[in-house]
Design a protein around this ligand. Structure first.
Ligand SMILES: Nc1nc2c(c(=O)[nH]1)N[C@H]1C(S)=C(S)[C@@H](COP(=O)(O)O)O[C@H]1N2
Ligand SMILES: [Mo]
Length: 256
């Protein structure tokens, strides 16, 4: 809880300070109606927000290849096991598409080939599960930022929701998670396609999973089918921003 408040306060303070500086610096110009319109157009505000966020990222620690854990366990859903998912597995996800929609200018449907043709990033990081285990693994995939730059967020977008293929233990709603724009544009936030030099296994979330490295294990959504940009999380399932947040009151931010 303390982390949520601290971080939100930091972010808010940063934004307020930034806006203040801009106002002071542009006082004269601001009197011109045209300039004022350009300065305060929603999209410009959103762009400058994204710019200021992308320079302020703090990085999760990274490790050497020899520090990788010999075993990276599978946790939570080990196989979505729906007819639809099984059909995708059977043909190597050849017809599978990642949907990117919601508050975006250009909704996308990306094949695995599309995702693989983007610049890929590799990182060796520590995964922390609240159930009391951790493991170091090497993840590879495009940065989420690359996909979002292609889809172009609308100015009202504030969160990205990751909709998954699995219903955890037969739950009435699918697994899902969400992150804010800070983490969406974080350089270590990947749509991971591989773990430890192998394509993702079904257990680890094939064909694509989220890696948001400054967060606990349950944020790392496996089996991501759809990335939805939203203005608020309140209309998504029970409104707490994630499966475990809704089901058991887990903390939404879940920073480490
Ligand atoms: N779709 C989906 N994503 C999920 C889960 C899940 O059950 N379903 N479990 C979460 C939890 S609690 C953890 S610790 C990690 C486990 O990832 P792994 O199986 O690759 O170790 O995935 C997270 N993402
Ligand atoms: Mo976990």
């Amino acid at each position: 809880m303390r982390q949520i408040i601290t971080r939100r306060q930091a972010l808010t303070t940063g934004l307020v300070a930034g806006a203040g500086t801009m106002l002071a610096g542009c006082d004269k110009l601001g009197q011109n109606e045209t300039v004022r319109k350009i300065l305060y157009k929603d999209s410009d505000w959103n762009n400058s927000l994204q710019r200021s966020l992308s320079t302020a990222h703090s990085l999760a620690p990274q490790f050497r290849p020899d520090q990788r854990s010999p075993i990276f366990r599978v946790n939570g859903t080990a196989n979505p096991n729906t007819d639809e998912y099984n059909a995708h597995v059977a043909n190597g996800f050849a017809d599978w598409k990642l949907v990117v929609d919601g508050l975006v200018e250009r909704p996308l449907k990306l094949s695995l080939a599309d995702l693989r043709s983007m610049p890929l990033k590799s990182q060796i990081t520590l995964h922390n599960c609240v159930e009391g285990w951790s493991a170091i693994g090497q993840w590879v995939g495009p940065q989420l930022k690359t996909v979002l730059d292609a889809a172009k967020l609308k100015s009202a977008a504030r969160f990205l929701v990751f909709h998954c293929a699995d219903h955890y233990h037969g739950s009435p709603w699918p697994y899902y998670e969400s992150i804010d724009l800070y983490d969406a544009f974080h350089p270590q936030t990947l749509l991971a396609l591989g773990l430890n030099n192998h394509l993702l296994s079904v257990g680890h979330g094939a064909p694509v999973r989220l890696r948001a490295e400054r967060h606990l294990g349950y944020k790392q959504a496996k089996y991501v089918m759809r990335v939805e940009a939203v203005a608020t999380l309140e209309h998504i399932y029970r409104g707490h921003g994630g499966f475990w947040e809704d089901a058991a009151g887990y903390e939404w931010y879940a920073g480490i």
